[in-house]
Design a binder for this molecule. Structure first.
Ligand code: GLN
Length: 395
């Protein structure tokens, strides 16, 4: 028999998505894979009903319907402080997952290097390897998840083609400061590299932190491929709608990748999503408030359960330190998370799946859930210490 491709040999199943299966198996409250258990804004749901009745039901223009690209360009131009051309500088994709992959394939040649901060959202390394490039890891040091400037310079000295920037960051909740971003931007200019951003949490930033769009930094639009999605901003992770914003010559490549990979995002969903981009500016302020409340509720509960964590500045994840439960044992964070789902009834993602380095003492929860779901999870977590004291036994 012929051999299947070796390109995927080093890959395992996505640990994030595996934990959703583990949560379902044990009936645990699922705070692993990040998605809301509450409804999207009613405007989107109503628009989707209308699209079901009235169409469109056939292919849209490959790189996104005209109507969607126009409202997207209008909204992002306002928030990013740029003048984005809906016809030349946007591709609508099937989620930011496709956006990131298409961005990578649009700029990277096989054998080139790409800087990835560690911890990282697991797709980045998969994307890098699938397009034949090679990751260079630069650590973000817990608990603050800052990078060491010298280490970043050393990475750029290896002449990477691009750097991947997740801001606000999944899984750390870090919001990069303008100063940090300018430091990266100056290196990108000095070493002539692209910056591919994942900004899906652009509107989930807790005060006093502010999101700075990398492409909006002086001189950066030309070398930035901005990827984002509607999933988190409008609570529609299952609609799989994302986009790339970049200069025309990069977008021309991304259009081709997108065309041959997927033809296009679902037409009725694109039509319905227009109502999301048309929401008033207050919507984004209330989203920010909503997630600030959820974060505060969650960290209060973690305090009550006596758990240690890094306070997220943005996104909807929180890294919790499990050192005290696994020290003096040979348990891995994977085993701990399985035990947690089974015996405590709350699912988290083992932190090691996000790190290049050997890190075994962190797990990631997300708090994009209804208050009642979060309170129920926190109630269960209160029993963690007592249950762990009886011994964490893997069956
Ligand atoms: N971004 C979400 C997370 O990190 C969901 C990822 C996914 O499964 N597509 O949990």
């Amino acid at each position: 028999m012929p051999q299947v491709s070796s390109r995927l040999d080093g890959f395992t199943e996505s640990v994030i998505r595996k934990m959703t299966r583990v949560a379902n198996e044990y009936g645990a409250i699922n705070l692993s894979q990040g998605f809301p258990d509450f409804d999207p804004p009613k405007e989107l749901v109503e628009a989707l009903k209308k699209a079901a009745d009235e169409g469109p039901h056939q292919y849209e223009i490959t790189w996104g319907s005209q109507g969607l690209r126009e409202v997207l360009a209008k909204k992002q131009s306002k928030f990013m402080g740029l003048d984005i051309d809906p016809n030349k500088e946007i591709v609508v994709t099937c989620g930011s997952t496709e956006a990131m992959m298409a961005a990578m394939m649009s700029v990277c040649e096989p054998g080139e290097k790409v800087i990835v901060f560690s911890p990282f959202y697991e797709n980045y390394v998969a994307d890098t390897i699938l397009c034949g490039a090679e990751p260079i890891y630069v650590p973000l040091y817990p608990p603050e998840f800052n990078f060491n400037r010298e280490e970043l310079i050393r990475a750029f000295e290896q002449k990477p083609k691009a750097l991947i920037l997740c801001n606000p960051s999944n899984p750390t909740g870090k919001v990069f400061t303008r100063e940090e971003l300018e430091f990266i931007a100056n290196l990108a200019i000095e070493y002539d590299a692209f910056v591919i951003t994942d900004e899906v949490y652009e509107h989930i930033v807790m005060k006093p932190y502010e999101h700075v769009y990398f492409a909006a930094l002086p001189g950066m639009f030309e070398r930035t491929i901005s990827c984002s999605s509607l999933s988190k901003t409008y609570s529609i992770t299952g609609w799989r709608l994302g986009y790339i914003i970049a200069p025309e010559h990069i977008i021309n490549n991304a259009k081709k990748v997108h065309d041959f990979l997927t033809v296009g995002a679902a037409a009725p969903l694109q039509a319905a999503a227009i109502s999301g981009f048309n929401l008033p500016e207050e919507y984004y302020e209330s989203l920010r408030e909503l997630y600030t409340e959820k974060r505060d509720l969650f960290i209060k509960g973690l305090d009550e359960a006596g758990l240690k964590y890094t306070v997220p500045q943005g996104a909807y994840y929180i890294m919790v330190d499990i050192s005290e439960f696994i020290q003096d044992t040979s348990l891995t964070d994977n085993e701990f998370c399985e035990w947690l789902a089974k015996e405590v009834g709350v699912a988290a993602v083992p932190g090691s799946s996000f790190f290049k380095e050997e890190v075994n003492h962190l797990i990631r929860f997300h708090f994009a859930k209804k208050t009642e779901t979060l309170l129920a999870a926190l109630e269960r977590l209160k029993s963690l210490r007592e249950k762990a004291s009886r011994g964490i036994i893997m069956s």
